[in-house]
Design a protein around this ligand. Sequence first.
Ligand code: ADP
Length: 554
Amino acid sequence: MSAPLDDLMMDYPLTLTQFFERSRRLFGKKTLATRRPGQPLFRYTYADFAERTRRLAGVLRDLGVRKGDRVATLAWNSHRHLELYWAIPLSGAVLHTLNFRLSAQDLTYIINHAGDSVVFVDSSVWPVLAAIRDRCPSVRTIVVMHDGPPSVGGQAGAEVAAPADLPEYEALLEAAAPVREWPTLGERDAAGMCYTSGTTGHPKGVVYTHRALYIHCLAQAMTDSFGLSETDVILHIVPMFHANAWCVPFTGTMLGATQIFGGPNPQPRDICGLAQAEKVTFVGAVPTVWIAVKELVDEEGYDISSIRCIPIGGSAAPRSLLEHFDKQVGASMMHAWGMTEMSPLGTLSRLKSYMRGWPEDQQYAVRAKQGYVSVGVDLRIVDDAGHEVVWDGASMGEIQVRGPWIIRSYYDNPESADRFTADGWFRTGDVATVDPEGYVQITDRTKDLIKSGGEWISSIDVETMIMGHPKVLEAAVIAVPHPRWVERPLACVVPRPGVTLEPREIVDYLRPRLAKWALPDEVVLLDAVPKTSVGKFDKKVLRERFRDRASKES
Ligand code: ADP
């Protein structure tokens, strides 16, 4: 019999502990910082961060937090939030990032469903928790982090300030003995938890394992992915409650990159100011943020050309925006697609080497798509009949994915079993095509597609086109009922400040670019497109607002 051949490598658990300890030893001199409104940045080193994270673990131990306990955060992006990102999972507990922009009803549901036992809350966000704490019986401890006066969920003023008798973060840290030995964890242990914003029914819980985050960090850092490195200066604007800020705080810490946290309520002016002053190289956000930044850079002339990569996703980025950032701002955008259930990385739009010689127009056509699938993720497009469609750039279907950082099941939610196929894929609910080069183009979320006559109209296609009009700031396209065609597109358009725009100009602009049946019947001008809690166009609100606006028979 021959000697055993298989399985001769160590079964080393893929846990976040390894990343933290390595960074602590290697990058002690590197900097982390948080924006404080009206004051200079708060800065400290990775060595300070590591020591405070160990103390925070001591605090958790003193508070009686045990393995598997859900410890929630209700906080802006900050170095303290980063300390929580590490101390909670490294202690064996589960980091549950709460979105404080959700309704009181959803937030109460989420806290109760997750069974959070401790909540770390920024004082500026306190009113949000104050309004619901009586309805959250599992929460036995609330720790307040003083970051400024209340600014979310209530009126500024003494009556909504956090009660002085609640434990305070810095005082707890000061008093705690640091943890020097982390517990041994399994790679399949839960590390973090995030609820989807729940466009239909209740929000659903996604639980990230250490293993998923570990592998996702490695893949995200790859040169052909986000291409992150120790040399980067990362600005965190994506909320740390939105799919773990796309996981970048974990990856950035793994690498020892300089990281700057956006602090309370960062505005486009803060983003530009920080990027310019700190020579930021990497900063992601949803398209609506970049639309506002573009306006500001145009008006006030910031130099943010130190940015080498702007990952842009969460919703489709218009090609015109990518082009503007390349040519006028000198900062390159990279389109990416993903979702909370995918940790979140799915696809990235990078040109392949041989495409760099293509005509500019063709290059932008590629970069405006959501891109090719990340290493580590399998992706297929399945039509209504359940057949996988060919990669011809035209055949549409639902994107289904599988991989080590993709959800296998929602937390305690048997009703959503239908989101997973019998052969082990996750049904994303996004409709897309894939071209022969492998570039995915999202047509819509299933519920946003417009069915006119027998034809599908992609609302994303029409709105990204409209946003290419020089007078347009934002555009969202929704379906309205139609007596003959079932649904017709309605375009909601926000003109750029100070310009006069006639609806007719939009239709004239679209006419040569779109099939006749895809032309919106009506263009309404708005002051602003309503946004979701993570800054995307809120089509649910628009559909509600224009529900009775049936298109005329034509
Ligand atoms: P929410 O449900 O609150 O929007 P997610 O961030 O998890 O939270 O949303 C993921 C969804 O966002 C995807 O399913 C997809 O519909 C959309 N999305 C994400 N990235 C892109 C992109 N680059 N282009 C178009 N749509 C995107």
